[in-house]
Design a protein around this ligand. Sequence first.
Ligand code: F6P
Length: 546
Amino acid sequence: MKNRSDLPSWKALEQHYTASKDNHLRKLFENDSERFSKFSVEAAGLFLDYSKNNITEETLGLLENLADECNLKAQINGMFGGEELNNTEHRAVLHTALRQFTGKPVLVDGEDVVPVIKAEQQRMRKFVESIHTGSWRGFSGKPITDIVNIGIGGSDLGPKMVVTALSKQSTKGLDVHFVSNIDGEELSQQLSKLSPETTLFVVVSKTFTTLETMTNARSAKRWLLNYFTDKAAVSNHFVAVSSNLAAVEAFGIDAGNSFEIWDWVGGRFSLWSSVGLSIALSVGMDSFEALLKGAFGMDRHFREAPFRENMPVLLALVGIWNRNFQKLSSCAVLPYDKRLTHFPSYLQQTDMESNGKSVGKNGDPLAIDTAPVVWGEVGVNGQHAFYQAIHQGTQRIPADFIAALNPDNELKEHHKLLVANCFAQTEALMWGKTEEEAREELKAEGVSQKEISRLIGHKTFRGNNPTNTILMGRLVPETLGSLIALYEHKIAVQGMIWGINSFDQWGVELGKQLATKIAKEIDKGVYDQHDSSTAGLLSRYQEVAE
Ligand code: F6P
């Protein structure tokens, strides 16, 4: 594979950056009254305004050339067609098959996987209905009132984010909780509020070997059996989602209470599969299907639309422009919707675990930057916390603003102010305030000349900070599905252009291996050689831990 930075289109973009780097967004807007309509696009229930980025038609043309030189179209078709995109694990990448409503077969190793997907979805439906109607009972005969999803990473972040986002659709009388952290505080606090008689644990782990999940699952089982003392209670209170049926059974959960996922579904892209069981339990199977349909709408758009009208491709290309040519190393995600509280942390895993790579698909070191640091917080709260640094700090931070134009609560006045804040921030970040404007403002306020001279530097905003704004009519299962798929595809496109494998995650292994080794050493009280810092920390633990 040719190094991306050696491609003629990459070099052309570098030259274009040098020639255009002094363009201020303010100027770009002043010079072109059509900018908003030129640089915005609507698809699958979402609207994207990307006009507040330091791009011109020429920039987009050059980025499109880069996409073509990287064979983006063929790579996208390869992903939907079941090619082995995850080349280090020899796996296809087919989360899109889980939300495919065309009725067409999807082949993995020559076998159509659509019938097994549909069959598993039917099992999910039956199970969800049995909980909702109360036909599924706890061991003492009571209906289930609380679900605890035990999982981590992709087996937690996606389902938790969606359950919170769709809180308006949640089923009355059934609360869904999430436990991921190995910190006993999390499980212990959760269990202290629950009754073993009415609680069902959904243990979600693709591998069913993950230390955090298995430790939490074993402790939850002990808690249940402390109460019931009869092992048979486990079948009424535990179900599993995994691709490792042998480990599920070894844990003590019957195959009949286990839902399958497949190795062609990556953990961080798995909420569409039975990993989304807690979502379906929370909102019902019809709403879960509406979520899938929303994502399918975005999939179709992604496959069919030309790059210049293709929302995920445009978002990805603008991100590449910001990351690789403007050299902006982080990216904030700022949802103006309380229900999207977990969206930034969900996206952190999807983006940084996928594209936080420094070698190409062939294993050779890359000469270019990849994933920016993704971070964020619900919008208005962030305004009173870290926005200062975005407005006036020393680095420019691209940011995605996300909002629903209609509220789902009765406080319409609040919603108007929420949306006003969202739009105002993108305008302020783009437009800024010049020294001259700040001076005029202070003068109009009657501030003395001397005081103006003292304050002027502090009152000036450089502006020119790139933002995207993503809008939807309402936050409902369909638009949420579409939003998630938008980002999944953005991330995949960036990985394809950077020439990396976005679908493995070897980087998390080293820490896992060392944690297991150190835990064993602590048990034995015998320590291998460690560096002086780790050895010092271990001996301190030994001295202080009771
Ligand atoms: O963090 C590493 C990782 O492998 C993620 O990719 C995955 O989502 C998470 O651990 C959980 O894995 P599992 O579902 O196998 O427990």
